[in-house]
Design a protein around this ligand. Sequence first.
Ligand code: IDP
Ligand code: MG
Length: 155
Amino acid sequence: MGTNERTLILIKPDGIQRGLVGETIARLEKKGLKIVGMKMLHVDKALAKDHYSHLVSKPFYPDLEKFITSYPVVATVVEGKEAVEVVRLIVGPTNATKAEGGTIRGDFSNSTSRNIIHASDSKETAEKEIKRFFKSSELFDYKLVLNEFLYAGDE
Ligand code: IDP
Ligand code: MG
């Protein structure tokens, strides 16, 4: 069973400004995801265009770029069984107005444009996004001793 799938999370400027860094990371940790990289950075325009390349032609892109480059973000890579899908489920859908309670977006946002957190949407995207935000020397391979208590009996 693969427990080493990785995904990228960004706590966006609204998440930091609203004091939700600890709450957000705590939810991922309590699920049993292993933190393998973490840093604060300021996203510049070029990085924003790269990261949101699928959205540059949208009418809301200027606001999105201004927002994501306005204040720092916290970038985190977590690892675990089916991490990409698991994190998307914990985060909730893009439009937080439609996000269920219990999800990060459902509990803390009622907006599409200010929805607290980014999470990679597929394994392929995750690989690209992790490389975009982290050097290999900034990612840590270590044994999470708790794994035996998190998944050991799974197929
Ligand atoms: P995701 O963050 O759930 O993966 P994407 O479609 O990849 O959603 O969009 C990236 C980000 O762009 C969203 O999280 C949100 O901040 C912003 N965004 C997406 N669609 C809209 C929209 O219709 N209006 C305003 N902002 C949007
Ligand atoms: Mg996306």
